[in-house]
Write a protein that binds this ligand. Structure first.
Ligand code: HEC
Length: 251
């Protein structure tokens, strides 16, 4: 095989690989990795319960149906109805927020966005760091600000679990007279019900669930992707054999 052909083959296989893995993981500079495991069904089940208990009061997830969640997360209809469907009657319904969007917008200044696609739009790492990034700020109407989304109007809804923390910043005076503020560290002010490791797990499960609802067909896509690559490799071999056969008498 010439070098050119080899490069072409690698490019095809590389492209297929990236397609199966997806570009959705997202993230940004300076964010801790959410380190989610989309194949961990137990984590997704816990995440679903976390979402329904702590988030669905304000946030909808209007592109996902309860019965899809039940099927993908190995939950029986009974488990769905008893543990997840607080404000829905039928399993084919989508997740609606308990709070009417207009009221929420009036109370919080910004309507809580639908979270169906949030983990794809902003990246799982962003959401993970956002949920860990609330710190006490006396000047804010909610009493807290957020390291990832400065000036956010979302209250620290997980304060009972995480407790409250302060953020320490340091100021650097630049030569041109401007001041750059950089984040140094968090300091735990009041303890929460969970220690910091368990809180990280709680947030990780929740973000795992949000990443799942952002792309419920991921599992199928990954399985299908592997078959597509195998199919391509198989036909590459056939095509090569065929080419040898056809050109064998041509010198
Ligand atoms: C009391 C209502 C309320 C609850 C409960 C709530 N949120 Fe929010 N959330 C908001 C509001 C309001 C915003 C809009 C904030 C903004 O744009 O400043 C928001 C925004 C967000 C965003 C977007 C952040 C961004 O970078 O744009 C994410 C992600 C989010 N919430 C996740 C969650 C999760 C996960 C939970 C459950 C653990 C939750 N929220 C619970 C009110 C709430």
């Amino acid at each position: 095989m010439t070098n050119l052909k080899r490069i072409a083959c690698l490019a095809i296989i590389g492209t297929c690989f990236m397609t199966t893995q997806g570009f959705a993981s997202g993230g940004g500079a300076g964010l801790a990795s959410a380190d989610i495991d989309p194949d961990n069904i137990k984590s997704l089940q816990r995440g679903a319960a976390n979402f329904m208990n702590y988030c669905s009061g304000c946030h909808s997830a209007q592109y996902v149906r309860y019965n899809t969640i039940g099927k993908d997360l190995d939950l029986s209809e009974e488990m769905l109805v008893d543990n997840l469907m607080f404000n829905a009657e039928k399993t084919f319904e989508t997740i609606q927020a308990s709070m009417p969007a207009d009221d929420a917008a009036r109370w919080y200044g910004t309507a809580p966005p639908d979270l169906s696609l949030m983990a794809r739009a902003k990246g799982a790492d962003h959401v993970y760091n956002f949920l860990k990034g609330f710190y006490v700020d006396a000047d804010s109407p909610t009493g807290v600000d957020n390291l990832v989304l400065a000036g956010t109007s979302m209250p620290h809804v997980l304060w009972e679990l995480q407790g409250f923390q302060a953020a320490h910043f340091s100021e650097h005076h630049n030569e041109d007279g401007s001041v750059t503020t950089t984040f140094d560290s968090f300091e735990q002010l009041t303890p929460g019900e969970l220690d910091s490791e368990d809180y990280d797990e709680f947030v990780r499960d929740t973000v795992n669930f949000l990443a799942y609802i952002a792309e419920p067909v991921r599992g199928l896509r990954v399985v299908l992707g592997k078959w597509v690559i195998m199919y391509l490799i198989f036909f590459l071999i056939i095509a090569r054999m065929l080419k040898k056969q056809i050109w064998k008498d041509v010198k």
